[in-house]
Design a protein around this ligand. Structure first.
Ligand SMILES: [Zn+2]
Length: 149
């Protein structure tokens, strides 16, 4: 399942990426282009804007009436029955996939104590951002367990 979100849902996009879902988000995008990408790329449009959907007659969309990101995540997971989570597989910044890399190559690029205490490192194939197990803060883990409870 692939998504595209409207410009009001950037934080939701980050969450979906954290869960491993291919989610496009552009902070500045024309409605017509948003809808075109959704159609051509066969993505579900997540939107807060009823107008867009009515005018353009898009078939695959999900309308969110909720303002709070945390609740939006929960609603999307439950309503669309998302369960194939793949945490740490997709970059939250640019949506590209992240893959495991040779540890030796990144010495000096992460804090030394992280390098010493972490076995597995991953890198985004798009923007190059490095990920490791400690990348996601406790706050995120706590929120996630609340959402999935
Ligand atoms: Zn990236």
């Amino acid at each position: 399942m692939k998504f595209i979100v409207d410009s009001m849902l950037g934080r939701l996009a980050r969450w979906l990426r954290l869960l491993g879902y291919d989610t496009l988000y552009y902070p500045d995008i024309e409605d017509s282009l948003l809808l075109r990408i959704a159609r051509e790329d066969d993505r579900i449009l997540l939107t807060r804007d009823t107008h867009v959907i009515k005018v353009r007659g898009l078939k695959k969309y999900f309308l969110l009436n909720e303002n709070k990101t945390f609740k939006q995540v929960k609603i999307v997971i439950n309503s669309l029955n998302l369960k194939d989570f793949s945490i740490m597989s997709r970059c939250v910044i640019c949506n590209n996939t992240i893959t495991e890399i040779q540890k030796e190559g990144i010495r000096g690029l992460v804090p030394e104590y992280v390098y010493q205490t972490t076995a597995v490192f991953k890198r985004c194939s798009g923007c190059g951002k490095l990920y490791w197990n400690g990348t996601h803060p406790e706050k995120f883990k706590k929120k996630l367990s609340e959402i999935l409870a």
